[in-house]
Write a protein that binds this ligand. Structure first.
Ligand SMILES: Cc1cc2nc3c(=O)[nH]c(=O)nc-3n(C[C@H](O)[C@H](O)[C@H](O)COP(=O)(O)O)c2cc1C
Length: 228
């Protein structure tokens, strides 16, 4: 095996490792993100892999939508998301109340969504942009999986630019929502969605966390130290 010693390559590897390790969720925003930086973030989404084997081309199957804070479209999106959170919290609250066997599995999430529905998502008013990524559903059903790659590309690019991202999973559940899909000019039900707030972090992110990587990694069939 050859190990790269080219100084340029080492710098790139170090930079990539730094970006990956310092990526954090941001939930409090202030200030503007320059349009050129936003452009780089959304362009990185187009370079994320797509499930070519499902027979849908990248051009046919991927869309990225930008909502700018302060616009009417953004207000509409926020209202739809808040209503979605309230109805989700109410349905899950009922389920865990009346079906006790679900409490163990869903109790934590039920409490979380109930708090979010009551308090709202600050990022939706503080963040400079709300970005929605859409991937056309096909067979095999890989669109949601693909969207994870799309979001990660944007997240890492934003991190490299010092910009914060908050994933908004509530977006995933809006694929059938007529009003929301109308904002995107897409037919309901045919596209998987994911979304995130993009903005300048109000507080400096805590990048100093350490992960006990050995705990997670297992070499199969080799007698290595961490193979417990
Ligand atoms: C599939 C997925 C969905 C997520 N949904 C949300 C969300 O709806 N709202 C949110 O604030 N964070 C969301 N997150 C972010 C996680 O809570 C976060 O990544 C985790 O707490 C670890 O923190 P870190 O991102 O700072 O490393 C989501 C993350 C993943 C992978």
């Amino acid at each position: 095996m050859t190990v790269m010693t080219d100084p340029q390559q080492i710098t790139r590897i170090d930079a990539l490792e730094k970006v990956i390790r310092s990526r954090r969720s941001c939930r409090s925003f202030a200030g503007q993100v320059p349009d050129e930086v936003l452009q780089k973030i959304v362009e990185s989404a187009i370079y994320a892999p797509f499930a070519a084997g499902a027979g849908i081309s990248l051009k046919e199957g991927r869309r990225i939508f930008i909502f700018r804070q302060g616009t009417e479209a953004m207000d509409q999106a926020r209202q739809i998301i808040e209503a979605q959170l309230r109805s989700g919290a109410s349905r899950i609250g009922m389920a865990v109340r009346f079906l006790p066997f679900l409490r163990k599995k869903m109790g934590f999430f039920a409490d979380r969504i109930s708090t979010t529905a009551t308090q709202g998502i600050p990022g939706l008013t503080e963040g400079a942009f709300y970005i929605v990524a859409a991937e056309k559903k096909g067979f095999p059903p890989l669109a949601s999986q693909t969207l994870a790659h799309v979001m990660e590309n944007m997240w890492l690019t934003a991190t490299a630019h010092g910009v914060g991202i908050q994933i908004l999973s509530v977006t995933n559940g809006l694929t059938q929502h007529k009003g929301f899909m109308q904002l995107l000019n897409l037919p309901p039900g045919q596209w998987a969605l994911n979304g995130c707030v993009v903005g300048m972090p109000k507080h400096p992110p805590n990048n100093k966390r350490k992960r006990d990587t050995e705990y997670f990694i297992h070499w199969v069939g080799e007698n290595k130290k961490n193979n417990q």
